[in-house]
Design a protein around this ligand. Sequence first.
Ligand SMILES: NC(=O)c1ccc[n+]([C@@H]2O[C@H](COP(=O)([O-])OP(=O)(O)OC[C@H]3O[C@@H](n4cnc5c(N)ncnc54)[C@H](OP(=O)(O)O)[C@@H]3O)[C@@H](O)[C@H]2O)c1
Ligand SMILES: *[C@@H]1O[C@H](CO)[C@@H](O)[C@H](O)[C@H]1NC(C)=O
Ligand SMILES: CC(=O)N[C@H]1CO[C@H](CO)[C@@H](O)[C@@H]1O
Length: 369
Amino acid sequence: MSTQKTPQMLVAVVGVGLVGSEFINQLLSIPTESSPFRLVSLSSSSRTVYFEPTNAITSIEKWKTILSESNEKPDYESLTAKLSSSISPSTKVAIVDNTSSDEIASMYPKWLKAGINVITPNKKAYSGDLRLYEEILSASKESGARFLNESTVGAGLPVISTLKELVATGDKVKKIEGVFSGTMSYIFNEFSTGSPDGPSFSSVVSVAREKGYTEPHPADDLNGFDVARKLTILSRTIGSSLLPSLQSFASVQTASLIPPALEGIPTGDEFLKRLPEFDAEFDQMRKDASKEGKVLRFVGVVDTVKGEVKAGLEKYPTSHPFATSLGGSDNIIMFHTERYSPRPLIIQGAGAGAAVTAMGVLGDLFKLV
Ligand SMILES: NC(=O)c1ccc[n+]([C@@H]2O[C@H](COP(=O)([O-])OP(=O)(O)OC[C@H]3O[C@@H](n4cnc5c(N)ncnc54)[C@H](OP(=O)(O)O)[C@@H]3O)[C@@H](O)[C@H]2O)c1
Ligand SMILES: *[C@@H]1O[C@H](CO)[C@@H](O)[C@H](O)[C@H]1NC(C)=O
Ligand SMILES: CC(=O)N[C@H]1CO[C@H](CO)[C@@H](O)[C@@H]1O
């Protein structure tokens, strides 16, 4: 079988941590004969390698060594030049950004203008300053290069693609409501089960951190910014009248769970040492919810009818899907639309972890060939 007619896609990966490594392994697991992809470049924050397409990286066993033995420092000007000069009718190029870097995010307009497709689980560019997002849109329009973002919300779950189809086919999104953070999902699935009692809030957060589910500093999860960024991406993808008021994720009404007295504590260890001082408050909220037959969940809402985008702790009846169908670090997203009414379209499943996130990224790459 020949795949000669499919244009080949040269792929450069920037950032080779958890998701990046898993992505490379998934990409290289596709048999070379049938794969449209050629992995030509890898970059970490300190090293980079670049190979001609005929000499592309193919070995799952060796790519780490190849990168670690390089003495070359990353140079994104030079990478951009090399990639854009390879573009031809039979060759497309894509950069996969697996960093959480603002600096890399700010390069997207330049890459897109040069005809380089951009795929990323990094939320920074799409949820930051509205001006950067508008530059991304116009650069993509100008060159025809695409930017794909499926794995920024719900990791591998088909959240963005579903939303895009709803919008493109003329459905009207009234409200999107969901548990968007795997970390917050885990914390509240453990903390609030409907019973008035249970483990203390601080102990649940400590266990989540030990298991590696939180950022090194748990305040980076409890501030709700991750959810605010995801809501910004959804709002912008709807492209509705919500847009002008959403200058960045910072314009989302976000009710942080960090007790004001613990704001600004520099280390995660110190933060966790003091968190028990606030257990009684969280305990009271759990008791109050339980009295109403409800659980606590940290949710995000995009309400196009009220023109509201907000993230915070809400109460849901113990019979609600947010109470009954979540386990571990699952995400759940409900789309209330004109067509999906009164019962919403629901997407649910693992919303974090390297394997599913890398799948979301690789799935995007397949959309380009
Ligand atoms: N690691 C991922 O699963 C993931 C997914 C999508 C996008 N990204 C993006 O990839 C880039 C690099 O991320 P990073 O270096 O911060 O990620 P990282 O080092 O892999 O770890 C931090 C993240 O771990 C996630 N996580 C992984 N497994 C989990 C589990 N079993 N239960 C609960 N939470 C779990 C949480 O994501 P949540 O709070 O989002 O659930 C948490 O924020 C960033 O731009 C990031 O936004 C990462
Ligand atoms: C996400 O990507 C799609 C293209 O697949 C694009 O139409 C949409 O505007 C993007 N949204 C954001 C916020 O980046
Ligand atoms: C989620 C993930 O894999 N993040 C990694 C992306 O790449 C950077 C830079 O190599 C790593 O530090 C991250 O861990």
